[in-house]
Design a protein around this ligand. Structure first.
Ligand SMILES: [Zn+2]
Length: 190
């Protein structure tokens, strides 16, 4: 499940159209008349909006769509491990500003909890954008391996929970993501 840049960050409607800049051709002019695109004028400058919401008239660009998508994240739950090596679980609760970490092996476990500052939570969100978390695929599986390392993720937002997982295969930003988790929970996660 990837970021839907066309979804309005203000009212969450998907009834949006692209804003097109430059001198319009006759075809483009007709499309604009039909409400299929919106004309943005002759000149485009940095930060100009790319989309227009037909329901609430809000306009935005891709960067704002990314910010809005990440701002909705309330909790990140991540786990990694294998039957022989044990499992690490980390929960970063951005809403209540606390983290939980645990390690379990053969049914035995240890747990560690701590609170985090608002600034830490904000930095964590910024770094999640850098690992492109919301654009990861929903599964990464290496066929033909029965055992080994499994990982899973739950991204809880105000509306839904996005799940991602993998078996012996990882998104290319995985190591960077593990370092982020380690830093925020203050314990090993890899
Ligand atoms: Zn809207």
């Amino acid at each position: 499940m990837a970021i839907n840049y066309k979804q309005c960050p203000k009212c969450e409607s998907k009834n949006s159209i692209k804003i097109v800049y430059g001198e319009p051709s006759h075809e483009l002019f007709l499309e604009a008349e039909a409400g299929k695109v919106k004309l943005g004028g002759c000149c485009i400058s940095i930060g100009d909006p790319d989309y227009y919401c037909k329901d609430c008239e809000f306009t935005w660009n891709r960067e704002q769509a990314i910010d809005a998508a990440y701002a909705k994240i309330k909790v990140i739950k991540a786990s990694i491990g294998g039957y022989l090596d044990g499992y690490y679980h980390a929960v970063v609760d951005l809403e209540n500003k606390k983290t939980t970490w645990s390690f379990s092996l053969y049914g035995e476990g240890i747990e560690f909890e701590k609170s985090i500052r608002r600034r830490t939570a904000e930095n964590f969100i910024e770094q999640l954008k850098m690992v492109d978390l919301l654009n990861w695929k929903s599964s990464y599986v290496e066929p033909g391996v029965c055992d080994g390392t499994h990982w899973s993720l739950e991204i809880v937002t105000n509306r839904r929970t996005i799940r991602k997982y993998g078996d012996n295969k990882f998104p290319k930003e995985w190591d960077m993501f593990c370092s982020l988790i380690q830093r925020v929970v203050g314990k090993t996660f890899s």
